[in-house]
Design a protein around this ligand. Structure first.
Ligand code: ATP
Ligand code: MG
Length: 757
């Protein structure tokens, strides 16, 4: 159709257009959910490029998940076509990996470094804890890795921590020792853990201003989505990247600095920074996210312009009113009220089951109804607070033959057989990684036991060579003939695989890089080790599923090769290690999506179910005693509600089994915060105080303590929608819940196994 003067501004409201056109050094876009923040970022990038104000290579856009990154890339490409190529649109982690791969050698790493996921880190910590006998002090891999992660997010390391630690406390001393050993072991393995990716990049920039200058000069426009969830390390990275380059360093830059890049003093001015965020959606405090980053933006970046967006384009008014009402109970926030011109839409549907199975049954039935009414399964999402809630839901979805997918459950790449195969690939890229080596020596079984492994490691260290070289020199170690043969054979296989992979990229940079497709390298390994055949030969359905997973991995690699012609093993390993929970969403248009509320951030669906809206779950028990804990849970509820476009369901159960005990569940305080007039209850909490029973209807039942006064006045016109809250209503609850049938349970296990979920 006929378009206005600027198609990139045409579909935007005035403040959105302002946010696209502003050209100051720093811009903060604060706005509620669904107000077009992400859309504005996309248009801003396209606008800069189309107006020839920036080359694509000068743009760095940061998103929270890889999924969001690829969506943004597609949208920019949709607006610009080919012109979008060469832009960095990625997560913090991916951007940092790209930088580290290029620069790692400058601070003692090799480009082929491994990225340890949380399982790898914990495996390493487990060993260290055992060696230092720290377990008797209560150190576990889980609590230690959480603490280390927290410190790294604050850019602290073992030395800085030790400086402030209480020397008199033996636990502190032991922790410092673990932390320090952990750092040393990572470095020896030529590996980074997830938090290092960001922390080490900051460290690199601070210790090597010349390296920093390369990126400070390159990126002229930096844009960050979901800024409210950045932690200190991420914030510091942004600060480093947006610094101006002083005249001296600028002088020494290769290629030389052009005249028009510098300001009057000969310095290169800092990149312009655009951040968008909503402090009401900050839900990652437990990972060190710091809401102050957004609150103090104007102080941190002087001259910043602030744009507010208030019109919501996603949801109906009823959904928005519920969201506004809930978040309005957080007192420590800036007032903002979302509105829409979409109209009220349908009411929110409420339902209380007598057990989580009854709740799940309702969800499944409603999904079927929505589907019959013409909604695609892919338009429907079910959210929950904790992963353990999926079991009852999945059971009913399977029974109803509804196609679904769990996002962020046990992930494909965390499965043992996949990790085994990946260990082979990792060892090709990083011949120093002991976790990978120790894994591949044992799979498949070939008679190389822990003793032989230890001997190899000692030899390797004494000679100062890689594991691979140590294997090839097994003759010198004095193994028996069988073990020696096995080690040499494996060494040769890996040599062949490395040659195929194009020199491996680490030990011999002189080898010309002509990488064989990753899928072929992987197939070579799988064929030679007979990993798949050996699994099949066991004739066990579980092992059959594992064999299928390995075949699936070959397909994944094949797809990667097609998508990234000319890329090699390193790129593949990088991609695999960065896949995050929300990234598995691709092309799942035909399935209902199940996910935690955390994973749902930034997404939208026509129909949304929030399940388990109960005290102890949402808000979660753990949050109750924490300072600010309830407020964070309330923001989580707000994130959940605002994902819905047209239909929203809030469901709960009046009894719930946790850890095998069946307990009475109370409706969440957040339900109470939503005006009655917005919810259409199919079954109120008061209607189910015993198994399926409706005898104690809520009509005139006594109110819970606290806010009863205002509620009764609000709901007086519609007694059937009133709800019993608080401790008053649950006393008669019978502790009866449907037991999950054994058959169903094992069918479920099998099915999940097959789907690798
Ligand atoms: P969240 O806080 O959840 O991340 P957001 O502020 O990033 O939300 P978007 O995802 O950018 O919001 O936009 C929400 C929806 O509204 C999208 O479907 C988007 O296409 C649509 N939208 C945004 N602005 C407009 C507009 N001016 N006209 C029409 N649709 C719009
Ligand atoms: Mg967004």
């Amino acid at each position: 159709g006929a378009r206005g003067a600027d198609p990139l501004l045409d579909g935007l409201n005035p403040p959105q257009a302002r946010a696209v056109e502003a050209r100051g050094p720093a811009l903060l876009i604060v706005a509620g959910a669904g107000s077009g923040k992400t859309r504005v970022l996309t248009h801003r990038i396209a606008h800069l490029i189309r107006n020839k104000e920036a080359w694509p290579s000068q743009i760095l856009a940061i998103t929270f998940t890889n999924k969001a990154a690829s969506e943004m890339r597609e949208r920019v490409a949709g607006l610009l076509g080919d012109a979008a190529e060469g832009m960095w649109i990625s997560t913090f982690h991916s951007a940092c990996v790209r930088i580290l791969r290029r620069e790692a050698e400058r601070f003692g790493y090799v480009a082929g470094f491994t990225i340890y996921d949380s399982a790898d880190s914990r495996a390493l910590l487990k060993r260290i804890i055992k060696e230092t006998e720290a377990d008797s002090y209560g150190f576990t891999p889980a609590n230690t890795s959480a603490k280390i992660s927290r410190l790294k997010n604050e850019l602290s390391d073992a030395d800085t921590y030790a400086a402030t630690a209480n020397e008199a406390d033996p636990r502190e001393r032991i922790f410092v020792e673990i932390f320090r050993t952990y750092e040393q072991e990572l470095r020896r393995a030529n590996a980074f853990d997830f938090d290092d990716l960001i922390g080490q990049t900051v460290h690199l920039f601070r210790s090597h201003p010349d390296v920093a200058a390369i990126y400070q000069r390159r990126f002229r426009h930096i844009l960050v989505d979901e800024y409210q969830d950045t932690n200190h390390a991420q914030y510091s990275l942004i600060r480093e990247l947006t610094r101006s380059v002083d005249p001296d360093t600028a002088d020494r830059l290769v290629p030389p600095v052009r005249e028009r890049e510098v300001d009057g003093t000969g310095a290169i001015p800092g990149a312009s920074l655009t951040v968008v965020g909503d402090s009401d959606q900050s839900i990652y405090a437990f990972r060190g996210a710091d809401i102050r980053n957004i609150v103090e933006f104007e102080r941190d970046f002087p001259g910043a312009e602030v744009v507010k967006l208030e019109q919501n384009y996603r949801s109906t008014q009823n959904i928005l009113s519920a969201a506004n009402a809930v978040i309005g109970n957080n007192f420590d926030r800036q007032e903002k009220n979302l509105f829409t011109t979409e109209g009220d839409g349908e009411k929110i549907t409420g339902f209380t089951g007598y057990s989580q199975h009854d709740e799940a049954r309702f969800v499944a039935e409603e999904i079927e109804d929505l589907h019959r009414a013409g909604l695609a399964y892919g338009d429907i999402a079910v959210f929950y607070r904790t992963n353990s809630q999926t079991r009852a839901l999945e059971e009913l979805l399977i029974r109803s033959a509804i196609p679904y997918r769990v996002l962020g459950g046990t992930k494909f790449y965390e499965r043992a057989e996949i990790k085994d195969a990946m260990a082979y690939l990792t060892s090709l890229a990083n011949p120093y990684d002991p976790i990978a080596w120790s894994r591949l020596l044992g799979v498949p079984k070939r008679g190389i036991g822990p003793m032989a492994e230890a001997q190899l490691a000692v030899f390797q260290e004494a000679q100062g060579i890689s594991f691979h070289e140590a294997m090839l020199r097994a003759d010198e170690i004095g193994f028996g003939p069988k073990v020696r043969g096995a080690i040499l054979g494996l060494g040769e296989l890996l040599r062949a695989a490395r040659m195929a992979a194009g020199g491996g990229g680490t030990e011999d940079p002189e080898v010309e890089k002509k990488p064989t497709p990753v899928a072929d390298v992987l197939k070579l390994i799988l064929d030679e080790t007979e990993m798949i055949e050996k699994l099949r030969a066991k004739r066990d359905p579980q092992d059959e599923a594992r064999a299928e997973n390995l075949e699936e991995l070959v397909s994944v690699a094949r797809e990667f090769d097609v998508r990234n012609p000319g890329a090699g093993l390193l790129e593949f390993l990088t991609e695999v290690s960065l896949v995050a929970a929300a990234d598995e969403l691709d092309d799942q248009s035909g399935t209902v999506s199940l996910m935690t509320l955390h994973t749902a951030k930034g997404l939208e669906f026509p129909a949304v179910f929030i399940t388990g809206v109960e005290e102890g779950l949402l808000p979660h028990q753990m949050s109750v005693d924490e300072i600010g804990g309830i407020n964070e849970e309330r923001r989580l509820m707000y994130v959940g509600i605002t994902r819905a476009r047209k239909r929203l369901y809030l469901t709960l159960a009046s009894t719930r089994a946790t850890y095998g005990d069946i307990g009475v569940a109370m409706p969440s305080r957040f339900l109470q915060e939503i005006p009655d007039s917005l919810i259409d209850w199919r079954q109120t909490p008061g209607e189910v105080t015993s198994r399926g029973g409706t005898e104690s209807r809520a009509l005139n039942a006594p109110r819970g303590e606290g806010r009863s006064g205002s509620r009764s006045s609000r709901s007086s016109g519609r007694p059937e929608s009133s709800v019993v809250f608080g401790r008053g209503g649950g006393s008669g609850a019978a502790a009866v819940a449907e037991p999950a049938s054994g058959n169903m349970q094992s069918a479920l296990d099998k099915w999940r196994e097959r789907k690798r979920l």
